[in-house]
Design a protein around this ligand. Structure first.
Ligand code: NAP
Ligand code: MG
Length: 735
C-alpha cells in the first residue's frame, strides 16, 4: 500500500478537543517539517469521517471521502508506517445517532441509524453503523505491542510540582467487591494450539438441537485460545448481596465497568446491575416496562425518560430508591447517577480518580463519601483492591518522591479480551457451548444457562514473542525491576507463562524478571515506587489499559501526558498521544467561553518520537535534529510553565503552541548539527520572540465569549481555523 504518495509522517484527524488542538498545532508542525523536506499528511479517523466513508452510495461525488481507516490499517502493516495517532471518539449509540443527525443536517443524505432494524436493507445499514461503534479504530491500527512511560522531562516536572492527593485513613470504609465464583476469571479454560485451526462455536440445547453461534474463526499455530463465561445467576446473586452490604456499611454503591471497550459484554453486566438495583420495580411492573421499550442495558437515564408519564412506576421507583444505598454520582448537580449511562463510569479512569481522592466518590448529596466499588469479574479487580488496601495501610503516595511505573503491553492483533467482541454471546437458552476445531477436537466446552455471557479470546504467538522481546529490550535499557503481571493459577496466564519462561531462559535474562499475580505485583510495584525507584509492568492488554491510567494518575495527575509508542511488528512506528481520550468537556468550555484547556504535551512527546523514528528508519539526519529540538521545546514548555490553564483568562492550548513553536525554533536555530536548518530557523526564532506581545494579544482577543465551530462531530474547517488560529502575526511567521 505504501507508495510514493505516502507522506513521511501521517498525523490523524480526530474529534473533539484533540482535533481542535490540531487545528492550531498541525500547521506549525507542517511548516517546521517542510523546512527539512519532511512531509506530514493526514488521515481522517474521526467518527464523522468514518460514517461518511461507510456510505459512499448515499453521497454526491464531491461529498465522498476515502476510507482512511482502512488505508491506515494497511499502512501499519508495512515498514513505511510512521503514524501519530491522537485519541478519537469511541462512539456510544447516542453519540453515533447524534453524529448522523448532524451530518444529515449538513446535507449528507446518509440513512438514519435503525434502532430496531426490520428489513434486510435496514439490517445491512445497521451492521455498517455497528462496525463504527465503540472502540473501532485502535484495534485496526495496533499492529504492534505497546511501550508506555512518562518521558523523563514529564516525570521530573511532576516531582518538582507535585499534584494534590486526597488523604487515606486507616478506617476508610472504601473497598472493592468482586465475585468469588461464577465469573469470567473462575470459569476460564485455555489452550495453546499446536497447529493452525478453524473453530466453530456451537450452542447445544438439552434436546440436542445445535445452533452455530459463530463459524470460521481461524487461528494460526501457537495461538493461545481461551473461553469462559459469566454466570448470570451468580452475577445477580452477587449484585443483590452487595447492594445490601453497601446499605449496611453506609457507603456509596459504585459500579465500575468498561462498556466502551468491552462493548458486547459490559453493557449487559451494567443492565444486570440496573435491574438488581430496581428489582422490586421490575418484578411488579415488568410487562409495562417492556411495553414502554425499557431495556435495562440502556441505563437508568433511559428508563426514567421512558416511564416519566407512568406515575405508578415513578412512585414505585422512588419507593425502592429510598430503601437502597446512595448511588455514586457522575454529576450530582444534574442528578446523573452511576447507573444512568453505561459509558459514564469507565473503570480505568474512575477507579484511579477515586483512589487519588483518598477513596472518596461523590454522593447524591453533592458530598464525598466512602464507596463500595463493584467490579464484578475478579480477573483484574485485585489490582484496585490491593491498591486500596496498600494505601489504607501506608497512607497516600507522595508524587514528589515516588518513582515511576512503565508498561510493556501485549496488545498486537487484538490480543486477549479486547479482541473478544465478535466471539462474545449472551446465551439464549440453557445448554452447552462448545468450541470445536475443524479436525473435530472440542477445544473448550461450558455448561451454561440462559442469560450467561460466554466469550472466547485469543492471543497469537508472534505478538506474544514480540512482547517478551520488547520487555527484554526495555529492561536492558532501564536496568530496573521488571515484573510480568501473570497469575499462574489463571488458565490464560498459565499458557502465557509457558511462552515467557523459555524465552527469558534462552536469552539468558531469567534472573532479571519476576512473574507475579496482579495482586502481588500491585503491592511489589507500589513498594518500589514509594522508594523512588522504577518498575516495568509487563502485562496483557487489559492491564496495559488499566495500569497506564492508574499509575500515571497517581504519579502525574493525568495519563494524558504519557509517551505511548507502538513498535509495529512489520517495522513501522505508531505514536499514540497520551493514554487518555478526547476530552468532550473541553469542547463545551471552548464553545461557551473560547478557552481550550487541552494540553498537547502528549502530542509533543509523540511528535519527537516520530521524528526520531524517521531518523533511524530512513537515516534522515534532519529528522533527528528536528526530533531532538522537539524534546528541548517540550522541556521548555514544562520548565517555563507554559502549559494551558483550566480557566478562561489563563493561557490556553493556543498560547502553549506559540511557546512550543518558539522554543522549537530557538532549539533549531542554536543547534550545531545542521547549519542549513539553523540558518532557516534563526529568523523564525527571532521573529517569534520579537512579536511575543502582539501574538499573545491576538491569541487572547475574543476570549470569554462563545464561539461557533459550525458543528460538533463535523465542524466547519474555516470556522475552526479562525477560532484556533486567531493570530495573523503568528500565522504569517509560520508561513
Ligand atoms: P478523557 O477524554 O481522557 O477525559 C477525561 C478527563 O481527562 C478530561 O475531562 C480532562 O480532565 C482530562 N484530560 C484528558 N486528556 C487531556 C489533555 N490532553 N489535556 C488536559 N486534560 C486532559 O476520557 P473519557 O471522557 O473517558 O473519553 C472521552 C472520549 O475519548 C470517549 O469517546 C472515549 O471512548 C474516547 N477515548 C479514546 C481513546 C483513544 O482513542 N486512544 C482513549 C480513551 C478514550 P478535565 O476535564 O478535568 O480537564
Ligand atoms: Mg485506559
Amino acid at each position: 500500500m505504501a507508495n510514493t504518495h505516502t507522506p513521511d509522517i501521517v498525523y490523524t484527524k480526530v474529534d473533539e478537543a484533540p482535533e481542535l488542538a490540531s487545528a492550531s498545532l498541525l500547521p506549525i508542525i507542517r511548516s517546521f517539517a517542510s523546512a527539512a523536506g519532511i512531509s506530514v499528511g493526514t488521515k481522517d479517523i474521526s467518527l464523522a469521517g468514518r460514517i461518511l466513508a461507510a456510505f459512499p452510495e448515499h453521497l454526491t461525488e464531491s461529498q465522498r471521502i476515502s476510507d482512511d481507516l482502512a488505508e491506515l490499517g494497511q499502512l501499519v502493516k508495512t515498514p513505511e508506517a510512521n503514524v501519530v495517532k491522537l485519541p478519537n471518539i469511541s462512539a456510544s449509540v447516542q453519540q453515533l445517532v447524534a453524529a448522523v443527525k448532524e451530518l444529515q443536517g449538513q446535507g449528507y443524505a446518509i440513512p438514519d441509524y435503525p434502532e430496531t432494524p426490520a428489513s434486510d436493507a435496514e439490517h445491512e445499514v445497521r451492521a455498517r453503523y455497528d462496525a463504527l461503534k465503540g472502540s473501532a479504530v485502535n484495534p485496526v491500527l495496533r499492529e504492534g505491542n505497546s511501550d508506555r512511560r512518562a518521558a523523563r522531562a514529564v516525570k521530573a516536572f511532576a516531582q518538582a510540582n507535585p499534584h494534590r492527593m486526597g488523604d487515606w485513613s486507616k478506617d476508610s470504609k472504601t473497598r472493592v467487591a468482586s465475585m468469588s465464583g461464577g465469573d469470567f476469571r473462575s470459569n476460564e479454560t485455555s489452550a495453546t494450539l499446536t497447529d493452525a485451526a478453524t473453530a466453530t462455536i456451537i450452542h447445544v440445547a438439552p434436546d440436542g438441537t445445535e445452533t452455530v453461534l459463530k463459524d470460521a474463526v481461524s487461528y494460526p499455530a501457537g495461538t493461545v485460545v481461551d473461553a469462559t463465561y459469566m454466570s448470570a445467576r451468580a452475577l445477580d446473586a452477587f449484585l443483590h448481596e452487595e447492594i445490601d452490604k453497601t446499605k449496611a456499611e453506609g457507603t456509596l454503591f459504585s459500579l465500575h465497568l468498561k462498556a466502551t471497550m468491552m462493548k458486547v459484554s459490559d453493557p449487559i453486566l451494567f443492565g444486570h446491575a440496573v435491574k438488581a438495583f430496581l428489582a422490586p420495580v421490575f418484578e411488579a411492573h415488568g410487562e409495562e416496562l417492556a411495553a414502554l421499550g425499557v431495556n435495562p442495558n440502556s441505563g437508568l437515564g433511559d428508563l426514567l425518560a421512558r416511564v416519566k408519564d407512568a406515575p405508578e412506576i415513578v412512585a414505585a421507583i422512588d419507593k425502592v430508591m429510598a430503601t437502597r444505598p446512595p448511588l455514586y454520582m457522575v454529576d450530582s448537580d444534574r442528578g446523573i447517577t452511576n447507573l444512568h449511562v453505561s459509558s459514564d463510569v469507565i473503570v480505568d479512569a474512575s477507579m484511579p480518580a477515586l483512589i487519588r481522592a483518598g477513596g472518596k466518590g461523590w454522593g447524591p448529596d453533592g458530598k464525598e463519601h466512602d464507596a463500595n466499588c463493584i467490579i464484578p469479574d475478579d480477573s483484574y479487580a485485585p489490582v484496585y483492591d490491593e491498591t486500596i488496601k496498600y494505601f489504607k495501610e501506608t497512607g497516600k503516595l507522595d508524587p514528589a518522591t515516588a518513582g515511576t511505573v512503565q508498561n510493556i503491553g501485549l496488545m498486537a492483533q487484538k490480543a486477549e479480551e479486547y479482541g473478544s467482541h465478535p466471539t462474545t454471546f449472551e446465551i439464549p437458552a440453557d445448554g452447552v457451548v462448545k468450541m470445536v476445531l475443524d479436525d473435530g477436537t472440542v477445544l473448550h466446552q461450558h455448561t451454561v444457562e440462559a442469560g450467561d455471557i460466554w466469550r472466547a479470546a485469543s492471543a497469537r504467538r508472534a505478538p506474544i514473542e514480540d512482547w517478551v522481546q520488547l520487555a527484554i529490550d526495555r529492561q536492558r535499557a532501564e536496568g530496573c525491576e521488571a515484573i510480568f503481571w501473570l497469575d499462574e493459577t489463571r488458565a490464560h496466564d498459565a499458557e502465557l507463562i509457558k511462552y515467557v519462561r523459555p524465552i527469558l531462559k534462552a536469552k539468558g535474562v531469567a534472573d532479571k524478571f519476576k512473574i507475579m499475580a496482579p495482586r502481588q505485583a500491585t503491592r511489589a510495584t507500589f513498594e518500589t515506587i514509594r522508594a523512588g525507584k522504577t518498575s516495568i509492568a509487563i502485562t496483557g492488554n487489559v492491564l496495559r489499559d488499566y495500569l497506564t491510567d492508574l499509575f500515571p494518575i497517581l504519579e502525574l495527575a493525568t495519563s494524558a501526558k504519557m509517551l505511548s509508542i507502538v513498535k509495529l511488528m512489520q517495522g513501522g512506528g505508531l505514536f499514540e498521544t497520551g493514554a487518555g481520550g478526547s476530552a468532550p468537556k473541553h469542547v463545551q468550555q471552548l464553545q461557551a467561553e473560547n478557552h481550550l484547556r487541552w494540553d498537547s504535551l502528549g502530542e509533543f512527546c509523540a511528535l519527537g518520537e516520530s521524528f526520531k523514528f524517521l531518523a533511524d528508519a530512513r537515516d534522515n539526519a534532519k529528522a533527528r535534529v528536528l526530533g531532538e529540538a522537539v524534546e528541548t521545546a517540550t522541556q521548555g514548555v514544562l520548565d517555563h510553565d507554559r502549559s494551558p490553564g483550566r480557566k478562561v483568562g489563563q493561557p490556553d492550548n493556543r498560547d502553549s503552541h506559540y511557546w512550543f513553536a518558539r522554543y522549537w525554533a530557538e532549539a533549531l536555530a542554536t543547534q550545531r548539527g545542521d547549519t542549513e536548518l539553523a540558518a532557516h530557523f534563526d529568523p523564525v526564532a527571532k521573529a517569534l520572540a520579537e512579536k511575543e506581545a502582539t501574538i499573545l494579544a491576538e491569541l487572547h482577543a475574543g476570549r470569554g465569549k462563545p464561539v461557533d465551530q459550525g458543528g460538533y462531530y463535523h465542524p466547519d474547517a474555516a470556522k475552526t481555523d479562525a477560532i484556533m488560529r486567531p493570530s495573523a502575526t503568528l500565522n504569517a511567521i509560520i508561513g
